[in-house]
Design a protein around this ligand. Structure first.
Ligand code: 5CA
Ligand code: ZN
Length: 412
């Protein structure tokens, strides 16, 4: 699939610090320690509706990681999928009388435009589930060869107990897993399964649904194997970071880790599992199925500066759950105005400590709120002195502007 247009990233003096991230599987802060090429897989959208602020928060969070890694001298191989065939998309298309492919194409295009407007660096490989079907089939075959696949009325299931490490990503008790599996696209109640948690790898054709003719029979892929097959095919095993929102910890990333383990015989699937908190609105998690959505595109159409949207997102630490409010956006707009004013001053306090602070805070589990506070403090000093204090440097405003652009993705 086409990715989206890359924003420019100004070069900065010096180098960023090694990045540590909170790992869901161990509950600890871990040095990501990638090789020369850092390998990142972030779960992409299911394109049945427009990008909401929750999605945007998740992709902006991982964009900070990409920027911090690049600043630390790594080449970044970033892969993202598009779940362009799955139940929610087919249900929405059927309910609204639209062609499912037309819905997927339209919403994916809107997502690209939103990501470009938010200055999110694009993945190197942007891969749709439909185009990945041959890869998915290969991985289902590998699981079958490992004895981990069985058939229930033509649907192929992954036997989670074939992985002795199943459960290692989420660390959840069995009862919680079963409850979440039922809520998040699984079918714990289906009769004929060996374990309630076994997940579909390949679903046989249903009347009125799209299907592809493959060595597995006519049908379509299950959700989890889509990401496993794409990540393993494009990045290989033991990626540096597997990312997504915290709603994907279980079952999605648990299943992915187990499928990858059984298919390759290697462990771990990812060195670090990173999860962004959930953005809520009006008291509930913002979600397409609940309909309590604030769309990036609607705010952009209404004239909101995408850089203010980005600043509003960065004002919350990526791991916290938080609520989107108009007040939050208003504060971000004011901050953007203050920063822009400071960056056109004739001079300002030295920028090197600001750059060092931003780097230090991002390297510490992407602490964007602290990075923003460092820029706030600098801008406030410019405001108080007009850039004419004794030690002010005429090169400082341009360097702060570049640092904010390259590391925070906010163009002033
Ligand atoms: N296509 C799958 C992943 S393979 C999927 O979850 N799609 S999605 O469109 O539902 O979500 C896209 C990304 O946004 C996922 O990483 C998800 O965890 C994240 N996300 C969804 N809702 C929110 C929210 N309210 N706050 C923060 N992130 C969210
Ligand atoms: Zn995924």
């Amino acid at each position: 699939m086409q990715s989206w247009r890359a924003p420019s990233v100004p070069a900065l003096p010096g180098r960023g610090l090694p990045v540590s991230m909170h790992d869901t599987a161990t509950g600890e802060l871990r040095a990501t320690a990638p090789g020369p090429t850092a390998r990142l897989y972030v779960c992409g959208i299911t394109p049945y509706d427009a990008t909401h602020m929750g999605h945007a928060a998740t992709y902006v969070a991982f964009d900070l990681l990409v920027r911090a890694w690049r600043d630390a001298g790594h080449d970044v191989h970033y892969v993202q999928n598009v779940t362009d065939v799955d139940d929610p998309l087919l249900v929405r298309a059927a309910e609204t009388g639209q062609d499912w492919q037309a819905v997927a194409d339209r919403e994916t295009e809107l997502f690209r435009a939103d990501m470009a407007a938010l200055r999110v660096l694009p993945p190197r490989d942007y891969i749709g589930a439909v185009e990945a079907i041959p890869l998915i089939v290969q991985y289902v075959e590998r699981l079958r060869a490992a004895g981990a696949v069985y058939d229930v009325d033509g649907d192929l299931y992954f036997a989670v107990r074939s992985d002795p490490r199943f459960g290692a990503v989420s660390g959840l008790p069995e009862a919680d897993m079963v409850a979440l599996f039922g809520e998040r696209g699984g079918d714990p109640q289906r009769t004929g399964k060996k374990d309630p948690l076994d997940c579909v790898l390949w679903q046989a054709e249903r009347p009125g649904e799209p299907a592809w003719t493959t060595p597995l029979g006519r049908g379509r892929p299950g959700w989890h194997i889509e990401c496993t097959a794409i990540a393993l095919s494009y990045l290989g095993m033991t990626i540096d970071v597997q990312g997504g929102g915290s709603d994907l910890v279980f079952p999605h990333h648990e299943m992915g880790a187990s499928e990858a383990h059984v298919a390759t015989g290697e462990w771990p699937y990812a060195r670090t599992y990173v999860h962004a908190g959930m953005v809520g609105y009006q008291g509930e998690k913002m979600s397409k199925s609940k309909g309590n959505l604030v769309f990036v595109s609607a705010l952009r159409d209404g004239g909101t500066d995408p850089m203010a949207l980005r600043l509003a997102l960065l004002g919350n630490h990526y791991r916290t759950d938080w609520e989107w409010t108009d007040a939050e956006l208003g504060e971000a707009e004011q901050r953007l105005t203050r920063w822009r004013a400071a960056c056109v001053a004739p001079a300002g306090p030295p920028a090197a400590p600001v750059l060092a602070d931003i780097r230090r805070h991002l390297a510490d589990d992407l602490d964007a709120p602290r990075a923003l506070a460092a820029v706030d403090a600098w801008a406030e000093r410019v405001r108080l002195t007009g850039g004419s204090a004794g030690h002010d440097d005429p090169a400082a405003p341009a360097l702060v502007r570049d640092a904010v652009d390259a590391l925070l993705g906010v163009r002033l």
